[in-house]
Design a protein around this ligand. Structure first.
Ligand SMILES: Nc1ncnc2c1ncn2[C@@H]1O[C@H](COP(=O)(O)OP(=O)(O)OP(=O)(O)O)[C@@H](O)[C@H]1O
Ligand SMILES: [Mg+2]
Length: 230
């Protein structure tokens, strides 16, 4: 369980000090799929970055069971992130001079040299493993990034606009992959998106505005990536 209590985060100093997260509290259950919705600038990425330990908070607390992020130093945070979390961004951040399998393996190496082959197969890229990123479509590149994240075998997967750079067909395909992998492997998944349709695929939807949570709704009937509008 991830327990987030009274989280507050500022950017900048003095006159330009800006409250990006304003007293945010919510509890996320193990194995849950959460979608975070909100307008541009509402604090979605900041929220994701702070609860994943990428950025610091100014006050409040974030606990993963008994582990409290606000009590960790930089080294402990790095280790925590390595052992528990993985991130997928809108940009794929692949290394251009490495093949598909080496890009994925690099992600796996972060975590005690785990076997990366299942992750590569799970996203359907085993037959393209010797190719370089420039030889792949956008959707295939994002699937490499997904495999790289999954090879870490994370307890929590954070995604910030994972389909933002993809066209509708490819976006649906990638989303379908992600949703099926999460259902099968039952890690916790927290996804930020602008696309309100995608929220219909989640267990719960958190809505943000001006750094605050303004609504949390539960989906009684989850839709698939092919049943939603786009
Ligand atoms: N490093 C930073 N320094 C100063 N201000 C920042 C920084 N990062 C974000 N902000 C500000 O904090 C607010 C929230 O930003 P955030 O990136 O969390 O929004 P978002 O909801 O993810 O938006 P988008 O949908 O456009 O990605 C914005 O007003 C932004 O300008
Ligand atoms: Mg953002």
């Amino acid at each position: 369980m991830i327990q987030i209590r009274n989280l507050t985060k500022y950017y900048g100093k003095g006159e330009s000090r800006f409250k990006a997260l304003d007293d945010v509290s919510v509890c996320i259950k193990d194995g849950e799929f959460i979608v975070i919705l909100g307008a541009s600038g509402s604090g979605k990425s900041t929220f994701l970055n702070v609860i994943s330990g990428l950025e610091t908070m100014d006050s409040g607390s974030v606990s993963y069971d008994e582990k409290r992020l606000e009590k960790m130093n930089e080294k402990e945070l790095t280790r925590f992130r390595r052992d528990n979390t993985a991130y997928i961004f809108q940009q794929y951040y692949l290394l251009p001079h490495l093949t598909v399998e080496k890009n994925i393996k690099m992600g796996a190496d972060l975590d005690h040299n785990r076997d990366f082959f299942p992750a590569m197969e799970a996203v359907g890229l085993a037959d393209k493993r010797k190719k370089f990123p420039s030889e792949l479509s956008g959707g295939e590149q994002q699937r490499v990034a997904i495999a790289r994240a999954l090879a870490k075998n994370p307890k929590v997967l954070f995604l910030d606009e994972p389909t933002g750079a993809l066209d509708e067909n490819t976006g649906r395909l990638v989303l379908d992959y992600i949703i099926k992998l999460q259902a099968k492997q039952s890690f916790t998944m927290i996804m930020v998106t602008h696309n309100a349709n995608i929220a219909e695929t989640a267990d719960r939807i958190i809505r943000m505005n001006s750094g605050k949570i303004v609504g949390i709704t539960e989906n009684t009937e989850k839709k698939t990536a092919y049943e939603i509008g786009w």
